[in-house]
Design a protein around this ligand. Structure first.
Ligand code: ADP
Ligand code: MG
Length: 334
């Protein structure tokens, strides 16, 4: 069978079934943003890893090495944020082609280090190899839960309100701008902002932690693949459905300015774009007031439903929709 007929997420599902050996120390294994492992009675160890491949996740003609280092750290810390955990340690392995210079590797590490420092995460190891052609990056981040209960993808319940932090769609529009504009045309403020969101995402570690400590979310994920796909992950893991109100999805002014020129709607970028690294989480109505009392930029965009399907209300009309975010092996969708 071809990988393209299965797709990334169903492949992971089958790996998950093959690895189904249970251990009392594994509280959360394959299937969430990070694994949660019990080493002592007071805190859980969190572990997550993400790869960034040249030609798949980045193009060296669209990024500088500092930003690439920054992003490699940020996307991994984002998975710890999505559990409500605290990042602590990190390992990084690089496959480096001979076309990359020592100075470029050092720039990469400056960007990587800037993010680690901001989130008090310590680099403790890794591996270095030569690569035939492409630049390959793999990062592992270890974190801890403290005494807080973690927020998984699996706890959403019918009636929960769906919230998202920040604004959606900026990163994918930033990538389109990087691909279609050069030099001075990238200097307009709105273009710069979108490109910055793509090249240097900010992991929502503090917000994730606040949400977990306040115990106001039933489920949480970070948006790496696009709102439609990451919402589907929460719904699949929780056995629920969702209804999203298009008009309530938060868009930046920069995205609104860009979408006309790029010929795609803000809604398209939000649902299918991905790499926003914002948090998507569900809150029971009784905890909505508590959430609003926290200092978090979060917008309510819909509701969790008992019927296992995804619905989108746009201009008063409600229609089913499918996950159309990034899926390795398939062009789009689950
Ligand atoms: P995220 O987008 O949050 O990084 P992924 O979709 O990459 O999440 O992964 C979902 C889950 O599947 C995670 O628990 C991850 O550790 C696990 N996973 C992904 N690929 C593999 C693999 N090849 N083998 C084992 N587990 C995997
Ligand atoms: Mg994630």
């Amino acid at each position: 069978m071809k990988l393209s007929s299965l797709g990334e997420f169903r492949l992971i599902d089958s790996i998950r079934k093959m690895a189904a050996r249970r251990s009392p120390s594994v509280l959360i294994g394959i299937g969430d943003d990070a694994a949660a492992l019990k080493l002592s009675s007071s805190s859980l160890l969190l572990a997550t890893t993400d790869m960034l491949l040249e030609g798949v996740h980045f193009d060296l003609s669209c990024t500088d090495f500092y930003s690439l280092g920054w992003k490699s750290a940020a996307v991994n810390l984002s998975d710890i944020a999505a559990m409500g955990g605290v990042p602590r340690f990190c390992l990084i392995s690089l496959g480096i082609p001979s076309s990359v210079s020592v100075e470029q590797v050092k720039d990469f590490y400056l960007g990587f280090r800037a993010v680690l420092r901001a989130y008090r995460t310590v680099l403790v190891g890794g591996d270095t190899c030569s690569s035939q052609k492409d630049f390959v990056i793999n990062v592992v981040v270890l974190g801890e839960s403290g005494k807080t209960k973690l927020v998984t993808r699996a706890g959403a319940k019918a009636g929960d309100r769906i919230f998202v932090t920040g604004t959606l769609g900026d990163s994918a529009a930033g990538l389109d701008l990087l691909r279609t504009t050069t030099g001075r045309r990238r200097q307009a403020a709105w273009r710069k902002k979108l490109i910055q969101k793509h090249l240097r995402p900010v992991p929502r570690v503090a917000w994730g932690r606040m949400i977990a400590l306040a115990k106001c979310a039933h489920a949480m994920i970070d948006i790496s693949d696009g709102l439609s796909s990451d919402l589907a992950h929460i719904c699949d893991e929780s056995g629920v459905g969702a209804r999203i109100i298009a008009e309530d999805i938060p868009f930046s002014r920069s995205l609104l300015a860009a979408s006309d020129k790029l010929g795609k709607t803000p809604l398209y970028y939000a649902l299918s774009g991905g790499e926003d690294y914002e948090l998507l989480f569900t809150v029971p109505p009784a905890k909505a007031k508590k959430l609003r009392s926290l200092d978090i930029a979060a917008a309510e965009i819909g509701v969790i439903t008992g019927e296992r399907r995804l619905l989108l209300t746009c201009e008063g009309k409600t229609k089913p929709f499918r996950p159309t975010g990034y899926n390795h092996f398939k062009k789009t969708g689950r």
